[in-house]
Write a protein that binds this ligand. Sequence first.
Ligand code: CTP
Length: 400
Amino acid sequence: MFSEKKILIGIAGGIAAYKAAELVRQFKKNSAKVRVMMTQAALNFITPLTLGTLSENPVLLDLFSQEENQSTVHIDWARWPDVIILCPATLNVVGKIASGIADDAVTTTILASTAPVIFCPAMNKEMYANKIYQANQEKLISNGYHFVAPGKGELACGEEGWGRLAELEDILSEAKRVLFGDQALKGKKVLITAGPTREPIDPVRFISNRSSGKMGFALAEAAVMRGADVTLVSGPGCLKPFPGIRFISVQTATEMANQVAGCLPEADVLVMAAAVSDYRPKVSSARKIKKDDVGFAIEIERNDDILLKASENKGSRIHVGFSVETENEIENSLCKLRKKDLDLIVVNNPLEDGSGFEWDTNKVCLIDKAERVERYPLLSKSELADRILDKMIGLLKTEQ
Ligand code: CTP
């Protein structure tokens, strides 16, 4: 993921410093080149030997060491990285950088660098909530620095609250966004649906389908990477949304329809990647239905078609639909494109190898409003998400 990218990790003196070792390992595993610099306080929590061994590079501790034998070491280190990650970022170091104080290797290098900087705060909940800290963080954000918000939970001091270092996975995702993202969708509100819906028969049974949500989640991640303001409405699944996405979890098609209706007036783009259940049981039993020897019948009724409904007040909004077909793919998908007034439809046949619900890949064709059919080879869902977004950006430009 980070092939050949140069990552400089700064470590400040907080208990979460031990997690920086694993962060270094994760970046190395993803083919990044890693260097580490530490404050004097960080040495109380973790050793340079550990970090030097994991990063396979010398660790910067001191700007004036005899060994370095040069007075501009901070400039060399400041020019080297593609991104700097301060992990953990303590109240003290955040305050110093926000005030322009450069009195050690870490603060001096960060202030001398033009590379993007990601702060990963970790501290006691009251320190994090402190107005002076919050003002410093705001000042840094308004000056273009990035922050990965801490999580809530048990803190090292035994208290509970906001201040735990973010998950390392989220820090890696933010680095990915900062390094590889662009701003092609900046200012655009993109509403995406994903996953299956579940239509309850009774408290333990439901009607659903095999959708994993992978395509919708990949689209949401790709849209965030391009600077969009993304809302993801998803049916049940076990995927974790990419950081920065507004995530709304639903169960039934009706819940999904309601959430989409609520977000739609604001949206510039609607992407219906969800496999919405077309039917639901007419009655959902409040108690578990017991078996008998006769069997039982479920009376089912139609769910509303969310895309069709959304087309009633479409205006200049771009609508992208998906079409799952196991025969007559193009013909049937063209009918959906016309009927639901779509700008783009993504067609796939789950019976094809490597295609469809649970795979990480998909083989699709795209049909646009002018009914041009473009066939794509087998692609990973994240590559495909990028191709779909390229099309969407083109459509948004023609609408402007
Ligand atoms: N869709 C929707 N609401 C529904 C059913 C489908 O918004 N109740 C959307 C899907 O999210 C997808 C598109 O409509 O973007 C096409 O869905 P698909 O299941 O392929 O087709 P259907 O229109 O449901 O028709 P059929 O099941 O007969 O193929």
